[in-house]
Design a protein around this ligand. Structure first.
Ligand SMILES: CC(=O)N[C@H]1[C@@H](OP(=O)(O)OP(=O)(O)OC[C@H]2O[C@@H](n3ccc(=O)[nH]c3=O)[C@H](O)[C@@H]2O)O[C@H](CO)[C@@H](O)[C@@H]1O
Length: 366
């Protein structure tokens, strides 16, 4: 075992930590030592992170604010970079990989100054601000989605690795597309990790307006934010819809596999999971998401012929009633769409990421 670690930089939220964790497991299985650089916020999540050691590096997120606040954020980032450089001079990592967000800026900048091989992973089809800032400094860019937009000068750095998915997703991917033998139409509605109010505003009304004989065939699972549950339940109850509602389904991958059709937001993980499991969908990208990243994410499975995208401003009850009626009456094309989704799914993203970072380490090994 090479004792010099591969350093993973990830912080902020579970969204960034998860792919890092999947990579850590893949590297561990190959006998590579892994250490994590993170910020204080993520240290709380980090308890079970499979790393030999964790290092906390101060960072800051420059947001609008006054000139003074901006200057303070820049000073904090500079201080964090100096701290990260100290840690790295001691650890002499073989390579450093960042997973997006400002907590990864100091360690990746420090690694770049110290001529340590570097890479970053971007989950979305459009880069987040911190990754965009770092992209000129790193050796390789691992793309979670195949249509990652980068300036032409950086194109040669891009390797499509996919977004790592949970073991439960891989398990769900072994399930065949459900048949329509008993006439039931299984529909799943989800709004991403936080849920989405628009699903509560539009879907119940649309389903209630379906002709009785079509509505009676629906078996629905709908993720609903806690504050929306009462009004959603009331509509379904009076329309006699067979529905299961919860603010968060821990077994969502299984629910995706059991569905004939999914209505969802287009977060990077949701799009990756729909592809790996292989289910057709109607996607409503979050309108105010960073630089339209969700619309770009959705394009991956839309262009594969596996999803349709509708702008939130066009996602009305009338639109959805009409679309659901067509689908329930003639669902034959859905099985092909499910296969089309699967063709763009990447089930071994963690292994591909491990290949990439070990190659990066090797390319400049002394
Ligand atoms: C990984 C990532 O980059 N995520 C993007 C996503 O975040 P966001 O976290 O909202 O959505 P994602 O689709 O990426 O992830 C949702 C995750 O929650 C799971 N789930 C969801 C509902 C449920 O009931 N149970 C359950 O387990 C899904 O299986 C999935 O793994 O949208 C944001 C808004 O634009 C983007 O800025 C984020 O960058």
């Amino acid at each position: 075992m090479n004792d010099r670690p591969i350093l993973l930089a990830a912080g902020g939220t579970g969204g960034h930590l998860f792919p890092a964790e999947a990579l850590a497991h893949a590297l561990e299985a190959r006998g590579a030592a892994v250490e994590l650089v993170t910020d204080e916020r993520a240290l709380a999540y980090g308890g079970s992170f499979p790393a030999r050691a964790m290092h906390c590096i101060p960072s800051a997120t420059p947001r609008g604010g006054s000139l003074f606040e901006k200057a303070r954020a820049v000073a904090q980032l500079a201080y964090g970079t100096a701290q990260a450089a100290k840690v790295m001079s001691r650890l002499r990592p073989r390579a450093v990989i960042g997973f997006g967000g400002y907590p990864t800026v100091p360690p990746l900048l420090a690694a770049s100054f110290l001529k340590i091989p570097t890479a970053l992973h971007e989950s979305n089809a459009i880069m987040g601000k911190a990754n965009r800032f770092l992209s000129g400094h790193v050796d390789k860019i691992a793309a979670g989605l195949p249509n990652l937009a980068v300036p032409p000068a950086l194109q040669s750095k891009v390797v499509v690795t996919g977004n790592p998915v949970r073991p439960a997703v891989l398990e769900a991917a072994t399930r065949a597309y459900p048949d329509f033998a008993d006439g039931t139409f299984r529909l799943l509605v989800t709004g991403g990790s936080q849920g989405a109010r628009v699903m509560a505003d539009i879907v119940p009304e649309a389903i209630a307006a379906l002709p009785d004989h079509l509505r009676a065939r629906i078996r629905l699972v709908q993720q609903t934010r806690a504050e929306d549950i009462a009004r959603v339940e009331a509509i379904y109850e009076s329309a006699k819809v067979d529905v299961e509602i919860a603010p968060f389904f821990k077994d969502l991958p299984l629910r995706i596999a059991q569905a004939h059709f999914v209505i969802a937001r287009a977060g990077a993980s949701t799009v990756s999971e729909l592809a790996v499991i292989g289910r057709p969908s109607l996607l409503v990208p979050l309108p105010q998401s960073l630089d339209g990243d969700q619309a770009a994410n959705a394009a991956v499975i839309e262009q594969a012929g596996a999803a349709e995208t509708v702008k939130q401003s066009d996602f009305s009850p009338a639109f959805l009633t009409a679309r659901l009626a067509q689908l329930i009456e003639a669902p034959q094309a859905l099985a092909q769409k499910a296969e089309a989704a699967k063709r763009v799914g990447v089930a071994d993203a963690a292994e591909r990421l491990a290949d990439l970072i070990l190659n990066v380490a090797q390319s400049r090994a002394p």
